[in-house]
Structure formats: structure tokens, C-alpha cells
Design a protein around this ligand. Structure first.
Ligand code: G6P
Length: 611
């Protein structure tokens, strides 16, 4: 979602900001803008991509050592030039960029209209900078205080940056609910929604906390709460490497990330177990082991692909550790007055660690006394900071909007978690545990084998790229894979796709099947294999086109399927890790062939920081 980047220091701000905006493009956006301070306060903004903005500013005065930029994902007001950020105040002496939502903007706007303010956009953000100027003028206070007073009045979520023509040596940022990372260089400071625009300039960062303000004046940094208490910044060293945020020879980040999976799965397992001795330890789980052991149930809250990983975890934890699990869409859970007990353990799964609904679900469960465990990818993000304990997935930065390596890393960590709980509970023996761990160790090699199928999957994609609908079917551990396969296809190729439990097909989707309907079936050898084979025959009898994901050497499904993709055999519980990979590749190639913007699909955002 919206990306913010800002600079104050000794260099020209524009090149740093524009590059930063390009690094943030992956978050998803529909317009972009910059503001530069150099005696004058210049604002340039444009609907469309950052490249449009760059064309638009050609020949304009882009000087200034203080500046800020924004990529906007529309919430209030359509995505056009007017509504793009930055926004000026009434006098145009102040400008703001904002990620989040000001919920009470309407009442504030009405009050400001009565005072004679005029607004240029339909956004909530513009109202906030007008309010700040109104307070600055009428109360005759420093800008920092005017911002503080205004923020105490607003309801909602924000990450904001403000610069002003009246304060040529100052930059102010504040956060509540939406992320801000502060980069500290030698005599220069960087602000961004995440570390990707900062990493090439400095490794020293501060993850700004909720209710905090960053004030840089004359090269001096101060961090205070919105209530005006001074804070001591805690400086982290970034582990992020430049290569991790570049395409490295691939056409798209998504392809790079699909191919990184043998490696990223290793990274998510590294140091956590030893198959030979059966030692397995996720520190966060060990720390809260008693809570897990006493839990009458586990609730998993997540969104999107992370929710699919949660579904895999439900199957794993119930199957192996015999603890009841409920998987919840965080957005539903937070508003439906759920029953939460003090002895519940809530697992929040999130790649970005910033998803607004998942964060809200955590807060709700925390208030009710539950223990909250996080499974997140982005180190230092909001969710890991809001949980009692957790396990990072260590997949490295995921830039493609469609999640791939983050999913397999989540499933890997959740598998380890289920095994650790099961062993502790005594629901699996030590030899069974070792067997699973050995098999888990072999998964990266098995995925390497699947990746060798890339060319044949590309040929298959060419055959189906013009389909209007797709159905994905699976049973047991194959069902979450079907859901994830369908999501991958629809989000990047804009082909309507549905994932369904294979047997449920008879209760509806079977009516859709004709010779034009491609049906992808997860038909690997496992306990429900025969039943899936029957489902395949039912589809075939209605002239559906079958693409089956089968275990290497399967010659039964071949008789009915139009195409088979053979994947290496693995244990039933590990099937999702291997079976999802060909589906990622299929979606990728179909989307590329249809000319879609694979890394930045329309309307989607990498992290959904508003509800
Ligand atoms: C967005 C992204 C998805 C992601 C979902 C949840 O929709 O496009 O890829 O699965 O948010 O995000 P999270 O960061 O919480 O995993």
C-alpha cells in the first residue's frame, strides 16, 4: 500500500527520493508525487506509475536537500493527479505525505470549511495538513507542536511526513498504525515505509514505534511520543542486502522469488533442527511451551496467502499434535465478537508483519488475555513487536506482490512448529519425528527438481493462457494448495479462478464444467488419492480439461488427465511445499503471456496497511 520516503541531509533529495519510490513500487499504488524544499516548497504529482511522474518533472526545478515522495494506493478519492500526495496546506507553506486513514476527517473538514479553508482534493490527508496549519497559525506554536496537537485530534492510522517553507531546516514524521523506518547516515536522515529505499545509504535504522514523532532540525534528531515525552532511539543494524532487493537477472521479482525457494526454505529451517539426533527447537515455541501444551485450542489469524499457510497449519497441528485449531480471516475475526479464552494461543501469520486486520486481530486477542505467537517474515515489523513470542520465516525480502517464497517459508516454519508441539505432547514418537525431519531436509532438492519443469510448464501455460475461468481442486493437504494456486492465477493474470475441496465440487462448481473449463487437480499419492482419482473422472465425464499434479511415476491419472505435472514423492504432510511450486510457475507464465504486470498487479498491494 502507500509508500513514503523522505530525505534531509547534504545531498540533493530528488534522486534519492525517486529511487526510493521505485524501490517501494512493489507495495502497490496508483499515483505518485514528490515535494522538494529549497526556499520554495515545490510539489509535483501525477496519477500512474513513478515513470509518469519522472516524465512530468523533466525540466522542472528539482533542487533541494530536503524532500519527500509518496506512492498512493487510493482509499478516499479516485486515483488522479489531484488526489495524489503530497498535499499542500491552505497557504501552500506546508506539505504532507500520508500512509493510512484519518477516520474523522469529515468532521474536521466541516469545521475547517467553516473557517474558510478550501480543499483541492477529496482526500482525508489534505484535511490533516490544513488542520496543522490552522493550529500553527491560530495557536502560534512551533510546527512540531502544531503537528502534535493535530495528531491528538485525529482518529485513525497514519505514517506521515511534513515539511514546510517556514522551516527550511526541518522534517517531521509521525506514526500510528502504519510503518516508518528511520535511516541514520552521517549528517543525513532517511524516512521510508520499509528499509528497501534506505539500505543502499545506511545500515543503521530505527523502527519508529506507534505514537512516536521523529523531528530532525538542523541535523539534530529527536524522537518523542505524541504526548511529548523524549525517547532514546534504539538503533538496529540492517541485515538486508542489496542483491535481495534487485532482480538479479530475472525478468521479474516473482520469477526470482519462485526460483529462490530451495534456498529460502533452507534459510527458514537453518539451525532449528538436527534430523540425526531428532533435536528440534523453535525458541519462541519453547519459551511458551506450557501455554501451547495447556491450550484447549489454537486460533490462527491471517489474510491472503498467509491465511492459506494457516490452513496448512490447521491440518498439520490437528493431525500431528492433536490440538484443535481454528483458522480465521483476521478481517472477520476482529469484528465478529469472537469467543477468546485466556488459555487460547493465537498464531498470527503475516509476510509483511504490517497487515492492518491481522494487527487488529492480535490486539483484540491480547485484550482478552490470549497468548499471541507471530510467524512473520519482515524483521522489526509491527506484528512481531505486538506478539508475545514468535518465529521469523527468514525468507528474505519478497518484492513480487504475489507471495511465493514467503508462503513456502511460512509452511516450513509451521511444519516445524507442529512437529515440536507433537513431540512434546507425545503424539509422535522420536523415530517418527526424525523421519519427518529427514524428509523436510530433502524438500529443497525436491523443489529444485520441480523448477526443472519450468520450460514444460511454460508450454502448458501457452495452451491455457486464453481461458476465462479455472478451477483448482484438492483434498486434505492438497486443498490449501488448490486455494493458493487459484489465488496466484487470479491475482496476476486476472483470470477468474476458484479453489475448492475436490469432493465439494459436486455441490456447485461441477455445474460450471464443460470443454472450456481447465481444472487443476492436486492428485499426489496420499490417503485420499483414490477419491481424487474419482473426482478427476467426474470432471472428465463432463468434458473438463484436466491438468493434474501427480507423484512421479503415477500412471493412473495419466489415463484421464489432459496434462500431468510430475513432482517428486514426499510425505503427505509436506506435499504443500512441493505441489505449490508448479502452480506458481503456471500462473507466472500465463500472466506474462497475457501481458500482465506480474510484479505489480492492478489494484493489489503487497502489504495492506488499511482495513
Ligand atoms: C496482500 C498481499 C498478499 C498477502 C496478503 C497478506 O493481499 O498481496 O500477498 O498474502 O496481503 O499479507 P501479509 O503480509 O499479512 O502476509
Amino acid at each position: 500500500m502507500c509508500g513514503i520516503v523522505a530525505y534531509i541531509g547534504y545531498r540533493e533529495a530528488y534522486p534519492i527520493i525517486i529511487k526510493g519510490l521505485q524501490r517501494l513500487e512493489y507495495r502497490g499504488y496508483d499515483s505518485a508525487g514528490v515535494a522538494l524544499l529549497n526556499g520554495e516548497l515545490a510539489v509535483y504529482k501525477k496519477a500512474g506509475k513513478v515513470s509518469e511522474l519522472m516524465k512530468y518533472v523533466e525540466g522542472k526545478n528539482l533542487s533541494g536537500k530536503i524532500g519527500m515522495g509518496h506512492t498512493r494506493w487510493a482509499t478516499h478519492g479516485e486515483p488522479n493527479d489531484r488526489n495524489a500526495h503530497p498535499h499542500y496546506s491552505e497557504s501552500e507553506n506546508f506539505a504532507i505525505i500520508h500512509n493510512g486513514i484519518i477516520e474523522n476527517y469529515d468532521s474536521i473538514k466541516k469545521a475547517l470549511l467553516l473557517k474558510g479553508h478550501t480543499f483541492q482534493s477529496d482526500t482525508d490527508t489534505e484535511v490533516l495538513i490544513h488542520l496543522i496549519e490552522e493550529i500553527y497559525d491560530t495557536e502560534n506554536v512551533e510546527l512540531e507542536h502544531a503537528v502534535r496537537i493535530a495528531l491528538l485530534e485525529v482518529v485513525g492510522a497514519y505514517a506521515i511526513v511534513i515539511i514546510s517553507k517556514k522551516h527550511n531546516n526541518q522534517l517531521i514524521a509521525a506514526r500510528k498504525g502504519s510503518p516508518i523506518v528511520l535511516g541514520i547516515g552521517e549528517g543525513e536522515y532517511f524516512i521510508a515505509s520499509d528499509a528497501t529505499p534506505i539500505v543502499e545509504y545506511t545500515k543503521n535504522v530505527v523502527y519508529v514505534d506507534d505514537n512516536e514523532m521523529v523531528i530532525v532540525t538542523d541535523g539534530e534528531l529527536t524522537i518523542k511520543t505524541i504526548q511529548n515525552e523524549l525517547k532514546t532511539p534504539f538503533i538496529h543494524e540492517l541485515e538486508l542486502k542489496m542483491e535481495a532487493i534487485e532482480k538479479g537477472g530475472y525478468d521479474h521479482f516473482m520469477m526470482k522469488e519462485i526460483f529462490e525457494q530451495p534456498h529460502s526454505i533452507w534459510d527458514s529451517m537453518r539451525g532449528r533442527f538436527d534430523a540425526k539426533t531428532g533435536r528440534l527447537r523453535l525458541g519462541g515455541v519453547a519459551q511458551y511451551e506450557q501455554k501451547f501444551m495447556n491450550a484447549k485450542r489454537i486460533i490462527i489469524a491471517a489474510c491472503g496467502t498467509s491465511w492459506h499457510a494457516g490452513l496448512v497449519a490447521e491440518y498439520l497441528i490437528e493431525d500431528l499434535a492433536r490440538i484443535p485449531v481454528e483458522v480465521e480471516y483476521a478481517s472477520e475475526f476482529r469484528y465478529r465478537n469472537p469467543v477468546i479464552h485466556e488459555d487460547d494461543v493465537v498464531i498470527a501469520i503475516s509476510q509483511s508483519g504490517e497487515t492492518a486486520d491481522t494487527l487488529a486481530a492480535i490486539e483484540l486477542a491480547k485484550q482478552k488475555g490470549a497468548t499471541i505467537f507471530g510467524v512473520c517474515n519482515v524483521v522489526g515489523s509491527s506484528i512481531p513487536r505486538a506478539t508475545h513470542a514468535g518465529a521469523y520465516t527468514h525468507a528474505g525480502p519478497e518484492i513480487g506482490v504475489a507471495s511465493t517464497k514467503a508462503f513456502t517459508a511460512q509452511v516450513t516454519v509451521l511444519t516445524l512448529m507442529a512437529l515440536q508441539l507433537a513431540y512434546k505432547k507425545g503424539t509422535i514418537t522420536e523415530s517418527k519425528l526424525r523421519e519427518y525431519l529427514y524428509e523436510l531436509e530433502s524438500i529443497p532438492k525436491k523443489i529444485e527438481k520441480v523448477l526443472l519443469l519450468n520450460d514444460s510448464i511454460k508450454e502448458l501455460a501457452a495452451k491455457y493462457k486464453d481461458a476465462r475461468n479455472f478451477l483448482y481442486l484438492g483434498r486434505g493437504y492438497g486443498f490449501p494448495v488448490a486455494l493458493e494456486g487459484a489465488l496466484k492465477l487470479k491475482e496476476i493474470s486476472y483470470i477468474h479462478a476458484e479453489g475448492y475441496p475436490a469432493a465439494e465440487m459436486k455441490h456447485g462448481p461441477i455445474a460450471l464444467i464443460d470443454e472450456h473449463m481447465p481444472v487443476v487437480v492436486i492428485a499426489t499419492k496420499n490417503s485420499s488419492y483414490e477419491k481424487v482419482v474419482s473426482n478427476i473422472q467426474e470432471v472428465k465425464a463432463r468434458k473438463g480439461n484436466i491438468i493434474a499434479i501427480v507423484t512421479e511415476g503415477d500412471d493412473v491419472v495419466k489415463q484421464f488427465a489432459d496434462y500431468v505435472i510430475e513432482i517428486p514423492e514426499t510425505d503427505d504432510i509436506l506435499v504443500p511445499l512441493v505441489a505449490v511450486v508448479p502452480l506458481q510457475l503456471l500462473s507466472y507464465h500465463i500472466a506474462v503471456m497475457r501481458g500482465c504486470n506480474v510484479d505489480q498487479p492492478r489494484n493489489l498491494a503487497k502489504s495492506v496497511t488499511v482495513e
